[in-house]
Design a protein around this ligand. Structure first.
Ligand SMILES: [Zn+2]
Length: 72
């Protein structure tokens, strides 16, 4: 279960609807989804272990990995 804080409802630990987990350029994991109740976009930082678990269990989709910035 991917959970996050909803800024609109001011509620902690609400379940994220349709979460997509992206690996950030810094090697962290960020889940993005919606609060089912109000439709507000939420995001949460995750550990690699939790991100892998959520993706493997089918709770979350894996998003594209952030491309490292290249020098022009
Ligand atoms: Zn909400």
């Amino acid at each position: 279960m991917v959970k996050a804080y909803c800024v609109k409802c001011k509620e902690k630990g609400v379940t994220m609807k349709d979460p997509v987990i992206n690996e950030t350029a810094k090697g962290g994991f960020m889940a993005k989804g919606l609060h089912e109740k109000c439709g507000t976009k939420m995001c949460a930082m995750m550990s690699k272990a939790n991100a892998d678990k959520a993706i493997e269990s089918g709770e979350a989709k894996k998003g594209p990995k952030a491309a490292p910035k290249k020098k022009a």
